[in-house]
Design a protein around this ligand. Structure first.
Ligand code: GLN
Length: 476
């Protein structure tokens, strides 16, 4: 698929139409069904909106993302369109309202193509935890695409849509982006409204963007960012203007922080090689590289998994078989309908998280786990503040390895959790982070590198990412 910028130019010149493109997009999704990236296609709505977009183009008044085809992770509520969270629990759930991001995509001319597969309730790193089956890596080879926004990522990586939204609680936008070779951006916590995003861990959840390039990412970000009175954690700021700022000149000198070498011990050789090559490139353009530490790095993963599961156990209490969603059959009069519903409606990983979360919140363990994790979170945030007082961006790998084989980590949840090593700290601190394609493994699989910046420096982060991606591309 051509990039959104090229498509936009042709639509303006009248050499292509949004309606035609939407039609082709839907046929292509159908012919790529084996990827299992989409759970629902919003065909009639998409075609209807495409006509409006064509009208806007022919009147020479395209809106911010006019005609951009966008896929949405299926934990983002869409009015009148099934929203499942890839769970049996919400198999027939049709929301009565649109998430704020959905309203804004429509208001800015974007075309919502459909809803994408994910790990159930966004819990996972490989997209093997969906009630509707796994998502295939676009390269096949029995590889995982990463998770939990696997469907959205594959929709972009396979060239089915211009962009997609995912959610990133501990890395679920950046991690699959790295494994599939696309851009994955998690903005500062609060920069994009979470209203209508079905909650996993509310203090960590952030809607993020997947696209082939930083330009498209920036355009979509500008269309959906900005304050929302429906979300009490939404930052009181105007929408960003990051697309425009991508082309402003880079500062003459800039400082890139890197972590001490010992932090990279878990990375495989290919990731280390690409990482070092990237640093050489950055040195070559005059960047100052400084080694700085984020404290409590051995606590990143435990802190994340304690807080995320604690919040999940509370957020998922609403799925009780009474109010909406799946309800189990009551066979005997004394069957507890809530227990039956939750036992049958949730998959194994979700149950594991609920049990873990309930445990760390229980009165006997609260101080030892939950309270301690909150303290560690504060230390991590302080560490980030220190880094960004000395450097413009932090540069680090996105994942310790390239895409791994399906089934290779499912028997050992801890090894799966460790694949989030480099992503969770940004969610704990709330800072913006982006994964960009940076090279290939010896087996020719994509490898991504990550940039993180100070809270609310999203626009600057995108500008750096755009520049770095340009530099790395020449070598890829
Ligand atoms: N892989 C992490 C987890 O399973 C992150 C998930 C996410 O960001 N939604 O919790």
């Amino acid at each position: 698929m051509t990039s959104y910028s090229t498509f936009r130019t042709s639509a303006l010149e009248g050499t292509t139409t949004v309606h035609g493109n939407t039609h082709d997009t839907i046929s292509e999704i159908q012919s790529q069904k084996h990827l299992n990236a989409f759970l629902t296609i919003a065909e009639s709505q998409a075609l209807e909106h495409a006509k409006v977009s064509d009208h806007q183009f022919s009147n020479n008044s395209p809106r911010l993302i006019e005609g951009m085809s966008v896929a949405l992770k299926d934990n983002i509520s869409t009015r009148g369109i099934r929203t499942t969270c890839a769970s049996k629990m919400l198999d027939d759930f049709i929301p009565v309202y649109d998430a704020t991001v959905v309203e804004r995509i429509k208001a800015n001319g974007g075309i919502i193509i459909g809803k994408t597969n994910l790990d159930e309730f966004a819990m996972g790193s490989s997209n093997e935890n969906s009630a509707y089956g796994y998502v295939e890596h676009p390269l096949g080879q029995d590889l995982v695409p990463g998770g939990s926004s696997g469907g959205s990522t594959v929709a972009v990586a396979a060239g089915l849509v211009h962009a997609a939204l995912g959610s990133d609680t501990g890395g679920s936008v950046r991690q699959p982006a790295a494994l599939c070779g696309v851009v994955g951006f998690k903005p500062t916590y609060g920069r994009i409204s979470r209203y209508g995003l079905i909650a996993f861990a509310s203090s960590l959840d952030q809607i993020g963007i997947l696209a082939q390039d930083v330009e498209t990412t920036a355009r979509l970000f500008d269309a959906i960012s900005g304050h929302d009175s429906h979300d009490s954690t939404s930052a009181p700021l105007s929408p960003t203007m990051s697309f425009e700022k991508l082309s402003s000149p880079m500062p003459e000198t800039f400082t890139v922080a890197v972590l001490p070498e010992s932090e990279l011990a878990g990375c495989d050789e290919d990731v280390l090689r690409v990482y070092n090559q990237c640093l050489d490139i950055l040195r070559g353009v005059g960047a100052t590289i400084v080694t700085l530490e984020i404290p409590a790095s051995n606590a990143w993963i435990p802190t994340y998994y304690i807080l995320a599961t604690a919040e999940a156990s509370s957020n998922l209490a609403r799925f009780d078989g009474v109010r909406y969603g799946f309800r189990a059959e009551q066979v005997n009069e004394d069957d507890d309908i809530t227990i039956l519903t939750r036992s049958q409606g949730f998959g194994d990983e979700v149950k594991r998280r609920i049990m873990l979360g309930t445990y760390v919140l229980s009165s006997g363990h609260y101080d030892a786990y939950y309270r301690k994790a909150q303290k560690a979170r504060r230390l991590i945030l302080n560490g980030y503040n220190d880094i960004f007082s000395k450097a413009d961006v932090l540069f680090l790998p996105t994942t310790p390895t390239a895409a791994f084989k399906r089934g290779s980590k499912t028997a050992d949840p801890v090894s799966m959790y460790l694949s989030d090593y480099f992503t969770v700290s940004a969610n704990l601190a709330g800072v913006p982070a982006i994964s960009i394609p940076a090279g290939k493994s010896s087996g020719n699989l994509p490898i991504g590198m990550q940039l993180q910046a100070k809270n609310f420096e999203d626009e600057r982060l995108l500008q750096f990412a755009h520049y770095f991606y340009g530099l790395f591309k020449e070598r890829m």
